[in-house]
Design a protein around this ligand. Structure first.
Ligand SMILES: C[S@@+](CC[C@H](N)C(=O)[O-])C[C@H]1O[C@@H](n2cnc3c(N)ncnc32)[C@H](O)[C@@H]1O
Length: 335
């Protein structure tokens, strides 16, 4: 797909959830100068995400450029009208500052509300292994906020609150009966493997995490800030590496009698197809030698409003456990 079509596709994806990015992306799709700027982003890193986040990070850091007036994440009273001329002007003025960001940063949105589907999924796996503590291994954790899932509380609007922390993630259950035990399933260890782990104690990394969240999504900005604060006090164990290549070594560190739950959300779409296949093979091989379950949030399912589905591999078979809105706003537990 050429770059212009990728921006058009991105605009469609933003339809209804980020009018600002929808409008800007459509403008970029037919602007030769901006497409050439976006070409600076290595193609596998999703140029639309990275260009928009590079601009957003500069605006969040500080600027009095008129483009800032359109961003609800920067001003309480955003301007109406077409933001594209100001976006174009901003990119021309700040090109020298944008270029190093376009060359070095990746799409690493850490959507902590996805924990609202992971919590029942871990509970499901925990039941499968008779309540034995799980060794959790996350592939592509970004800053590892979802590895801290049992430090947050959960509110599904059902009059119960799960977990004791003050900081709560909310979601809506739109169908089915997810397992939501009063006690969190026990965890033996947790570790994440990322090509480029982000560090919530590093200001520049936190700014990049904020910049990746779309400007209109105030509740996601709030959840990111709350989770990052918790993770700053309890830094997750993150390893730098290719998840497919490093997985066997990481699994070898875990005692053989401890059941493993490998999980990934919104990571596999960044792998080339051959690496996705190799990942599946590696996991299946490992599951022949030890108790291993795999939860993977990856494929979109048209029959559930294009929600993502969380697939579960029980060591022998694959099954869909849940459908969930891409950022975790709602979930449907599947029969
Ligand atoms: C969109 S983020 C998702 C982060 C997190 N899983 C979530 O759902 O909030 C995708 C992450 O996968 C990582 N990633 C992509 N390819 C990878 C690979 N081959 N090995 C390890 N991490 C990878 C990226 O660096 C990025 O941090």
């Amino acid at each position: 797909m050429n770059l212009s079509a990728r921006f058009e596709g991105f605009a469609e994806w933003c339809d209804g959830t980020s009018p600002l990015y929808e409008c800007i992306s459509r403008g970029v799709a037919s602007d030769a100068d901006l497409l050439s700027l976006a070409e600076e982003v290595p193609s596998e890193r999703s140029p639309p995400h990275v260009l928009l986040a590079a601009v957003h990070s500069r605006l969040l850091a500080d600027t009095d450029h008129p483009l800032a007036d359109y961003y609800p994440s920067v001003t309480d009273d955003p301007a109406e009208g077409d933001p594209f001329p100001a976006f174009r002007d901003f990119c021309a003025e700040y090109e020298d500052e944008l270029l190093p960001v376009l060359h070095s940063r990746r799409t690493q949105t850490n959507a902590v509300r996805r924990c609202t589907v992971l919590f029942p999924a871990f509970s499901h796996v925990s039941r499968e292994v008779g309540g034995e503590p799980l060794a959790l291994v996350e592939l592509g954790p970004s800053a590892g906020l979802n590895l801290c899932w049992n430090r947050y509380a959960y509110d599904y609007g059902d009059a119960s609150r799960y977990g004791t922390g003050e900081f709560a993630l909310d979601s809506e259950i739109r169908g089915g009966s997810p397992p939501l035990p009063d006690e969190f399933p026990p965890v033996a260890s947790h570790v994440g493997i990322d090509l480029n782990p982000l560090d919530v104690r590093d200001e520049a990394d936190v700014l990049w995490l904020r910049a990746l969240v779309w400007p209109e999504h105030g509740d996601r900005h709030r959840l990111l800030a709350g989770a990052a604060e918790i993770a700053q006090h309890h830094p997750p164990d993150l390893r730098q590496g290719d998840a497919v290549e490093s997985l066997p070594d990481v699994l070898r560190e875990i005692p053989n009698d401890v059941p493993v739950c490998v999980f990934d959300t919104q990571m596999r779409y960044q792998l080339p197809e051959s690496a996705q296949e190799r990942l599946g093979e590696r996991i299946e091989e490992a599951a022949e030698r030890r108790t291993l379950h795999w939860l993977s949030g990856h494929e979109a399912a048209a029959e559930w409003d294009n929600a993502l589905t969380l697939r579960w591999f029980d060591g022998e078979e694959y099954r869909r456990l849940a459908a969930y809105e891409q950022h975790g706003k709602w979930l449907r537990w599947l029969p």
